[in-house]
Design a protein around this ligand. Structure first.
Ligand code: SAH
Ligand code: SF4
Length: 368
């Protein structure tokens, strides 16, 4: 059986042609699947009965299964979603007054081993399929619509207006599937999100950033976390392959095609590790040729991480220094902490092939 949730509209059109049908049917089907949430072909009333039967014989629409749904005191919702019999991933909906943001996972685990990230700690299990990535949007959209008093809720609690590829995994390491899923997010016959409202966060896979700007330029966030190579080599190990100079140049190239005229640099605040005034000065010098905004993320602890979050006072000093240098800086509000839904806390259920969770991870401290 072919799961039609894996297809973008153009792939669906190719599929229709391959079974001797008109390609324009793809648009109708996208609307049934993604906008109306229909998985049963017999309900697709504007499609001829013969075609519905033909589809039912060889295709299916199978979203991933929801295992648990947790709602935080602050309204954040976290779904544990089954990727297969042994693995689960997590998807988080963050309501605000004027927008609703869905944080989507791209892989089961992650191979990149950033030392402060619980997903990285588990190691890599597998890439998610398109149906599992866009399936998170499908599932969240359906679940939100089914809530009690749905029509009375403020807009930001009702609908997914923004998607951030900031859940589990490195999205650019699952390039083809993530790009296809994002094309479905942008498709007017599916979720119709604007490119400015879909943000991909990467730890800095430079060649894939160059491909992305051609294939599917969406808003870009880069997980910087350190202002020099010596420290970044340790806490974001992919830096050894694509060091800061190359990463900054890739950001500049990306901006030529990007839907926004800045890159968002994410910077996790780790007490005594990357949060001193000297680090702030280095950071300002590092980004001087890249139009950017900063998003400072208070470190969210997880068991045996070996790190502490920077002191609130230190975060403010750091922010003020960046602002004095003319940068726009936000400090990310921690949402959904009571249900372990905050950044870097997404763990899902991963068959741990590495046993890394059981290894002792030393506290990192690097002197420049
Ligand atoms: N792999 C991608 C996207 C997923 S992580 C990336 O690294 O960009 C989304 C963001 O959460 C990244 O900026 C990541 O560095 C950050 N993060 C990871 N662990 C964290 C933690 N424990 N506390 C706060 N932020 C964390
Ligand atoms: Fe992977 Fe991102 Fe976590 Fe690093 S921060 S281990 S790239 S998910």
């Amino acid at each position: 059986m072919i799961n039609l949730l894996n297809f973008s509209q153009s792939q669906l059109a190719d599929y229709f042609v391959s079974i001797g049908e008109k390609p324009f049917r793809a648009k109708q089907l996208m609307r049934w699947i993604h906008q109306f949430g229909v998985t049963d072909f017999s309900q697709m009333t504007d499609i001829a009965k013969a075609l519905r039967e033909k589809l039912a014989a060889e295709a299916e629409i199978v979203p991933p299964a929801v295992q648990t749904e947790k709602i935080s005191d602050d309204g954040t919702v976290k779904w544990l979603i089954g990727a297969d019999a042994v693995n689960s991933i997590e998807t988080v909906f963050i309501p605000e007054a004027d927008r609703g943001t869905l944080c989507v996972s791209s892989q089961v685990g992650c191979a990149l081993e950033c030392t402060f990230c619980s997903t990285g700690r588990q190691g890599f299990n597998r890439n998610l399929q398109v149906s599992e990535i866009i399936g998170q949007v499908w599932v969240a959209n359906q679940r939100l619509k089914q809530r009690d008093g749905y029509d009375m809720l403020p807009a930001g609690e009702r609908m997914i207006s923004n998607v951030v590829m900031m859940g589990m995994g490195e999205p650019l390491a699952n390039y083809d599937n993530v790009v296809t899923a994002m094309q479905i997010m942008l498709d007017d016959s599916a979720y119709g999100l604007s490119r400015r409202r879909v943000t991909l966060s990467t730890s800095g896979l430079v060649p894939a950033m160059d491909r992305l700007k051609e294939d599917c330029p969406v808003a870009l966030a880069v997980s910087l976390h350190a202002p020099n190579d010596a420290l970044r080599d340790v806490i974001v190990p992919i830096n050894r392959k694509y060091p800061l100079k190359e990463l900054m140049a890739a950001c500049q190239r990306y901006l030529v095609k990007a839907p926004r005229d800045f890159v968002t640099f994410e910077y996790v605040m780790l007490d005594g590790v990357n949060d001193t005034e000297e680090h702030a000065r280095q950071l300002i010098a590092l980004v001087k040729n890249v139009p950017c905004k900063f998003n400072l993320i208070p470190f969210n602890p997880f068991p045996s991480s070996g790190y502490d979050c920077s002191k609130p006072h230190q975060i403010r000093v750091f922010r003020d220094m960046l602002m004095s240098a003319g940068h726009v800086v936000t400090i990310r509000k921690t949402r959904g902490e009571d249900i372990d839904a905050a950044c870097g806390q997404l763990a899902g259920k991963v068959l741990d092939k590495t046993r890394r969770t059981q290894k002792h991870v030393p506290i990192v401290s690097v002197n420049e």
